[in-house]
Design a protein around this ligand. Structure first.
Ligand code: ADP
Length: 532
């Protein structure tokens, strides 16, 4: 005879988060520093009330469960309202990256079939330029001004908030984020209520994002990027105070950290670099943070050393839009307290260990059926699986995973015996020379240690004998002289001799993607006819 479970049946939907935050942490503040220097304050209870008004307003527009509602906006409290308002109406929030190129914006708005688009006034020029290409969008609303048609405040201001969230299955879609498309068209990742809830439970653990009711979080990572690293959900789960800045100027961020008592800053390495450079230039100490979270690209050792040295808990995470995004994170090992600074920095410079809920493995780059040992030496294609990892891209005809649900990340990594993942490259960027792999990332990291180098990218160039050989493309710092021989000598101290680039080319600029990463695709195109 089969036995039934005896527990309650709750659908894990994100509305539970805002209900909890409003009920148990209702007075905890959400602060926004706007681009014009003004500040506005609301609370978790205020966010919930506005989100319910937005649910009513969306229903009046005829938005039904599953319909896509897009935002083109920076970080602020009204954007947060729309996270809970859109998902609370059962619709899908599509956060658009305003830095994408016009063709990509046209592509994703059409592909997502967005019915409503809510934008910041600073992005009004994009809307004006492209709106005729977006026939699916029936209603444009401006978050922060009434100069561009209907304003958000006027729109939800006509409602009273006396309604209920739309109910449904925890497997219903709730958010849509497109990857920037380093290759081909952007691809849509459709998060579900359940995947976001499980990601939240994992995220708030001390071994993960390490958030609690005392945290005062400044997420500098944009709300349009990769589920905003889960902060709008995780902060509600613990009742953290959120501080938003609509601009990412280092001076503004530092002032805000001090005036709002920020304990926790989350940003990509370039944000940390800007904050450090700003403080150094003014001879000021770093704002007194307890937690530093970074990810999105590899965090340079020098920055980690400064932050660890200043007593911060540094969490270096790896993930991608397809993994909601948190998958691995460098947290403190059991013997942490006995380790010296050098060793601590080494641990934090790697991408960390899987968060509970995510599994990782590496497979042979040429033979995906061959799983590689966790020996800290053998690099291979990094694969992940878990309940908040993608199964299939939006509208794709086939799964993005193999039959055992492994998703190939496109990253190349080695896994150490203790489970620590160390990224060495992206699959498309590794350089194959004489049957062996050369890591473009390691060459680049070695090159940027040169005082005159601002940015460097290594790419493979076809070679008659070796298949491919690396060349290094370098942007010098303004006014700096870089002698190619001195650069080559520096590289020789850091990488194997046969990895040394066959040529070093100086350029004024290296192409970037819409998310600010080096676009190797465009760079390879630029050097298509290059001969060694
Ligand atoms: P996009 O592909 O749109 O740029 P993602 O945020 O999804 O945006 O990018 C994910 C990729 O970023 C990963 O596959 C990896 O290559 C890189 N990445 C993310 N975190 C790290 C990290 N901590 N160290 C090195 N690379 C990282």
């Amino acid at each position: 005879m089969s036995v039934l479970g005896g527990m309650q049946d709750w659908e894990l939907r994100v509305s539970l988060l805002i209900d909890h935050a409003a009920r148990e942490h209702g007075t905890r503040e959400i602060v926004t520093r706007w681009a014009d220097g003004s500040t506005s304050r609301t609370t978790w209870a205020g966010i919930r009330h506005d989100a319910l008004k937005m649910v009513q307003a969306l229903r009046k527009l005829g938005i039904r469960p599953g319909d896509r509602v897009a935002t083109l906006a920076m970080n602020h409290n009204r954007h947060l309202v729309s996270w809970y308002g859109v998902t609370g109406a059962g619709a899908v929030l599509h956060t658009i990256n305003p830095r994408l190129f016009d063709e990509q914006l046209d592509y994703i708005v059409g592909h997502a079939e967005d019915r409503v688009l809510i934008f910041d006034a600073v992005f009004a020029p994009i809307v004006e330029r492209l709106r005729s290409n977006w026939p699916c969008v029936e209603q444009f609303i401006c978050f922060d001004s009434s100069d561009h048609g209907l304003s958000f405040d006027a729109w939800i201001g006509a409602e009273n908030g006396e309604t209920e969230w739309t109910t449904g299955s925890e497997r219903d879609p709730c958010m849509l984020c497109y990857t920037s498309g380093t290759t081909g068209n952007p691809k849509g990742v459709m998060y579900e209520h359940r995947s976001n809830m499980l990601h939240t439970y994992a995220g708030i653990m001390p071994q993960c994002l390490d958030l609690d009711a005392r945290s005062v979080v400044l997420p500098v990572v944009p709300m349009f990027h990769a589920n905003n690293w889960g902060f709008p959900w995780a902060a509600a789960a613990v009742g953290a105070k959120l501080v938003y800045s609509a601009t990412n100027d280092a001076q503004v961020l530092c002032d805000l950290m001090r005036s709002e008592g920020v304990t926790y800053l989350a940003g990509v390495p370039t944000v940390w670099l800007a904050v450090l450079q700003h403080c150094d230039a003014r001879g000021e100490p770093l704002p007194p943070l307890t937690n530093a979270l970074t990810g999105g690209s590899a965090m340079p050792r020098a920055i980690i050393e400064r932050l660890v040295g200043a007593g911060m808990r540094v969490a270096h995470a790896w993930g991608m839009t397809e993994t909601s995004p948190v998958a691995t994170i460098a947290y403190e090992s059991a013997d942490w307290d006995e380790l010296d600074l050098e060793r601590r920095v080494t641990i934090k410079a790697m991408q960390g260990r899987p968060v509970f809920g995510v599994q990782v493995r590496t497979v042979d780059l040429d033979d995906p059926a061959k799983e590689l040992p966790r020996d800290g030496k053998t690099a291979g294609a990094l694969q992940v699986r878990g309940p908040w990892v993608i199964k299939r891209y939006f509208k794709a005809e086939a799964d993005a995973t193999d039959q055992d649900q492994w998703f190939d990340t496109g990253d190349v990594a080695l896994i150490h015996a203790d489970g620590t993942v160390q990224l060495t490259d992206r699959t498309k960027d590794v350089i194959k020379s004489g049957g062996e792999w050369i890591s473009s990332v390691e060459l680049e990291n070695a090159a940027i240690a040169h005082p005159g180098v601002a940015e460097a990218a290594a790419i493979g160039i076809a070679h008659p004998k070796w298949d491919e050989r690396p060349i290094l493309v370098v942007v010098k710092k303004p006014g700096a002289e870089v002698d190619p021989e001195s650069l080559r000598d520096l590289l020789a101290t850091r990488v194997a001799k046969w990895w040394l680039p066959d040529a070093i080319e100086f350029v004024d600029e290296i192409p970037h993607t819409g998310t600010g990463k080096i676009s190797k695709k465009d760079l390879r195109e630029q050097f298509r006819d290059y001969r060694l």
